[in-house]
Design a protein around this ligand. Structure first.
Ligand code: ADP
Length: 588
């Protein structure tokens, strides 16, 4: 399943991988780590073989003692027993270590792949899906997956290898004696199948009731004053009681499932041991087997319980892990929104040609917009709210691609440039600025990784930020961002402007839409901004008209179309929409 372009919905969730894709990816992972996997399986097999020695030696001991033997033989066998246990312990330790290393490596790889894919997600997709889905995949799903990959996969391999070798050894000791091994299988098969048929729904329901319960508690606590003021306490308590009852019922249901399943499985482990003893006793009486062989096989059969237990325990968890894996690798199914062609723009000439754009299929918010920006020109875009100004700005900055038509810089489509290249051509400047956790220098280097110390200081100086920046406790090496040295809003904005100076795009799209400017800082910042825009082509999305007055040309956008374009004076003289807007703004 993948998100197809043009699905008519504003809030799509991110795609989830199909079962087939999960299987294929798992197979690729296992194949990639084939050698480590073979080491793990080999070591566990050796440990399991060493584990077979104890029952074998005990069986021999029984036969020797039954037949009448010397103390020396008993001592020798006891020594063998001790040796086997020692070897098994050491091998078990080495095998465990190898499995955990493998688990960690696979998990690290999955996590890195996931991060790479997340970083490559088109911005528009993340915005559309909302961050909640992405955050829950990055935290809950990756955590659930980590548990299964780190502990589940190694444990399952160990259990399977141990089971196979132990059954093999029992059969080798005497296939006739080992026949009762199979009597537990149908019981286990049927009871587990039944359990697995009802359990997933039961657990899902249980988790859903927890979510409701949490919701009711948080809501009540958050709205405590309202609850108090409106006298809702009794009603809220009733809601809580209902939520607790639902949760209790759901827990009782899964408890019942376990209460039925566990004893059946337990019985399925023990029945073969008892059956082996009875059947073995009969074989001994008929002279078909020795007491020692029966002892050995009975001990082997008994030893099967542990790995079986382990295997069944992971059955549930594997399902949870597979769901999480589907969500984690599903991220890769998001189609890329740009494919760099490697073409190089010939100049800084930005041309918008007959562009339309829709957030939802069939609902164009831009209709055939064309604009030709002379390099170095200042164009103001004005128009009523909702006209499509910000949308046009995003398209002109190459954040989204147009539905039809093209936006070129120097003869190359913006969406054909790779992101690094694009940022050196056009940048969108909004009033939302993020300070990343790291040093001040790190924050600046994001814009131009190769920049030297002097470049950084020059960029800060250009936006009038040199003084405070060098005055920080560790200068450029001061840690800023959440948890570090706190920057004021104005300082964060200057930092963002300094990044622009470093990225050095020839065209800037300034969107004032989300103005968070502190009026006291505004004048100071306007100077910083003026320094940045000098010598560049500027598209200013003017939500306030005074910006338009200073521009070389003004474009009026209304209903997703450019309705008027010209210099301020020309448009005033034309007495159209702009002239009317201007007059009403002046008269306010
Ligand atoms: P302006 O900047 O002129 O106020 P916008 O470009 O923000 O206008 O919006 C143009 C139209 O597109 C509006 O009808 C708005 O509701 C719609 N729109 C804007 N952003 C989105 C979005 N993320 N999803 C769906 N519709 C949107």
């Amino acid at each position: 399943m993948s998100v197809s372009a043009g699905v008519p919905s504003t809030r799509r969730t991110l795609p989830v991988a199909t079962l087939a894709s999960v299987r294929a990816q798992t197979a690729v992972l296992l194949r990639e780590h084939r050698r480590a996997l073979l080491t793990v399986v080999g070591l566990h097999a050796c440990a399991a073989v060493a584990g077979l020695a104890a029952p074998y030696v005990v069986g021999r001991l029984v036969d020797e003692v039954t037949g009448g033997t010397a103390y020396a033989t008993v001592d020798r066998l006891a020594l063998w027993l001790a040796g086997a246990i020692l070897v098994q312990t050491v091998l078990g330790w080495a095998a465990g270590r190898a499995s955990f290393r493998l688990g960690e490596r696979v998990f690290a790889q999955l996590r890195e792949q996931f991060m790479t894919r997340v970083m490559a997600l088109p911005l528009s997709t993340v915005e559309r899906a909302g961050t909640g889905d992405l955050v829950s995949r990055t935290t809950n799903d990756v955590e659930a997956l980590s548990h299964v990959v780190r502990f589940g996969i190694p444990s399952i391999f160990v259990a399977v290898v141990t089971l196979a070798i132990t059954v093999g050894a029992a059969v080798a000791t005497g296939w006739l004696v080992a026949l009762p091994v199979v009597v537990g299988v149908p019981i286990m098969w049927l009871s587990t199948r039944r359990y697995l048929r009802y359990a997933p729904d039961g657990y899902l329901r249980e988790r859903a009731t927890y979510a409701v319960m949490n919701g009711v508690v948080t809501e009540t606590v958050d709205g405590a004053r309202t609850v108090d003021a409106l006298g809702l306490a009794t009603r809220r308590r009733q809601r809580m009681d209902e939520a607790i009852r639902a949760s209790f019922d759901a827990e009782i249901y899964t408890l019942k499932l376990r209460l039925i399943w566990f004893p059946q499985v337990e019985f399925a482990y023990l029945l073969p041991v008892a059956a082996t003893l009875v059947w073995g006793g009969w074989l001994v009486s008929q002279g078909h087997a020795s007491v020692g062989a029966v002892t050995t096989v009975a001990l082997y059969v008994h030893q099967l319980a542990n790995p079986l237990d382990e295997l069944l325990m992971w059955l549930d968890e594997i399902q949870v892990g597979a769901t999480s894996l589907a969500r984690v690798i599903g991220i890769a199914d998001v189609p890329p929104d740009r494919e760099a062609t490697g073409e190089t723009p010939t100049d800084a000439h930005l041309v918008v040609d007959d562009v339309s754009y829709a957030y939802r299929a069939g609902r164009d918010v831009l209709h055939g917009v064309s604009l030709d920006l002379a390099p170095g020109e200042r164009l103001a875009i004005v128009g009523p709210s909702g006209a499509g100004k910000s949308t046009l700005g995003r398209l002109m900055a190459g954040i989204d691609g147009p539905r039809t038509g093209r936006i070129d810089v120097g003869g190359v489509r913006l969406v054909d440039l790779d992101l690094d290249r694009l940022r050196g051509e056009v940048a969108l400047v909004t009033q939302e600025h993020h300070v990343f956790v790291g040093t001040l220098a790190d924050n600046l280097l994001l814009a131009r990784p190769g920049a030297g110390r002097e470049d950084l200081v020059d960029a800060l100086a250009a936006v009038d930020a040199r003084e405070w920046a060098l005055g920080l406790p560790d200068g450029l090496d001061t840690t800023v961002g959440s948890g570090g040295h706190a920057l004021t809003t104005a300082q964060s904005q200057q930092l963002a402007l300094a990044r622009l100076v470093l990225a050095d795009p020839h065209t800037l799209v300034l969107d004032e839409a989300t103005s968070l400017l502190d009026p006291r800082a505004a004048r100071h910042l306007e100077r910083s901004l003026a320094a940045v825009v000098t010598g560049r082509t500027v598209v200013a999305i003017a939500h306030r008209l005074h910006t338009a007055h200073d521009a070389d040309r003004v474009a009026v956008v209304d209903g997703g179309q450019v309705t008027e374009i010209g210099s301020h004076d020309e448009l005033i003289a034309a007495r159209g929409a702009y002239a009317a807007l201007w007059r009403s703004w002046r008269d306010e």
